[in-house]
Design a protein around this ligand. Structure first.
Ligand SMILES: [Zn+2]
Length: 357
């Protein structure tokens, strides 16, 4: 399985080099079919003949992924496709040819054979494709399925606006809030200590290997804690409210380096680095993604509104003023004197922006 994942990475990187060269030469890019033709040639060449050991379909899926990555890049939905490093993302995908035998907890893969697995949940619907991936020393399979679902109707009529923050992860327009989990910071410190230790050990020695495995386990733990928090929060929100409005935060821009350039060095570099880190920690994008699909499942709707002075606007009289927020935690309107928790005030404004009537 490692070898198959390695072949996939090789094909991705080789195809990406080819794409880059083509683009530099005549400003064009190769489509999927052109790349698939190249793949056939590579299998015949002596140097790259090892590629024929892997099932063709998983290599073709890589080219399809690259094609999509390029399309996303040109549509400004994503950054430029990057080379895949060894050992970072070991995975491959079967679009067909696999056989799932749930009763016996086993699955058949072309060129691998029957593999036993531990079931985490029942598969509903018709399996369409299977991804096999290596994460922190363990192999996982995920099965994508297709099934018909009757159009759901959300049981609630309630609407809510959410203001996302660092201290308070989410503040709702009804006044409730969810605090950010503190455990991330704790794990982060632990991680830093272990990584420092690792750098002092002789590379590839048995003690180095042991420590590296410990670090991998910690990474897995952090991811599990974050996922658990996000799933619990989004499930509660989606069950209680039929309409959810959130701000479109440009997390992608915010998480970019705040250090600026040589000519224009960034300000508050330290503070921003901390903020960026906690934004990423808490997975705002993942939060939004989960809200969107969970609401769809339940028959609700997610509205994403552009950020527009939501923290400076008075939710009582509508006055917009920079002076309206003298302290970070409290909102006080200079026009009408209205006072409220600043995040709560913003959440009310966000709801109003999504649901103006
Ligand atoms: Zn006011």
């Amino acid at each position: 399985m490692r070898r198959f994942a390695g072949c996939c990475r090789f094909v991705w990187n080789k195809a990406l080099v080819l794409e880059k060269q083509t683009y530099e030469a005549d400003g064009k890019r190769l489509c999927y079919y052109a790349l698939a033709g190249k793949l056939k040639d590579w299998k015949k060449e002596e140097e790259t003949a090892f590629l024929s050991e892997a099932p063709s379909q998983i290599l073709q899926q890589v080219l399809k992924d690259l094609d999509r990555a390029y399309k996303n890049f040109f549509a400004f939905r994503a950054g430029f496709p990057r080379f895949k490093k060894k050992g970072v993302h070991n995975a491959f995908r079967y679009p067909q040819g696999f056989k799932l035998d749930e009763g016996n907890s086993r699955i058949f893969f072309p060129k691998i054979g029957w593999v036993r697995y531990r079931n985490s949940r029942r598969v509903k619907g018709t399996p369409k494709q299977v991804t096999v991936s290596l994460s922190a020393g363990k192999w996982y399979i995920s099965v994508q399925t297709e099934r018909e679902e009757p159009n759901p109707v959300h049981p609630s009529q309630s609407r809510v606006g959410i203001d996302m923050g660092v201290a308070r992860f989410a503040t709702f327009s009804d006044g409730n809030h969810v605090k950010s989990p503190h455990s991330f910071r704790k794990y982060e410190k632990k991680l830093a200590v272990l990584q420092r230790k690792l750098s002092k050990r002789t590379k590839f020695s048995s003690n180095w290997q042991k420590l590296r495995e410990r670090i991998q386990r910690l990474h897995r733990k952090i991811a599990a804690v974050r996922n658990d928090f996000l799933h619990k929060t989004t499930t509660t929100v989606c069950k209680n409210h039929a309409v959810v409005v959130i701000e479109d935060l440009k997390v992608r821009n915010m998480s970019r380096s705040a250090s600026g350039t040589m000519d224009a060095p960034g300000r508050n570099v330290r503070a921003k680095a901390g903020l960026n880190k906690s934004i990423l920690d808490q997975g705002w994008f993942e939060f939004r993604r989960q809200l969107a699909y969970k609401l769809t499942w339940l028959g609700g709707t997610l509205f994403v509104v552009p950020p527009q002075h939501t923290s400076q606007t008075c939710s009582h009289c509508g006055c917009v003023d920079r002076q309206n927020r003298p302290m970070q935690a409290k909102f006080k309107c200079v026009a009408c004197g209205f006072e409220l928790n600043a995040d709560h005030n913003a959440a009310v404004n966000i709801l109003r922006q999504g649901m103006p009537y």
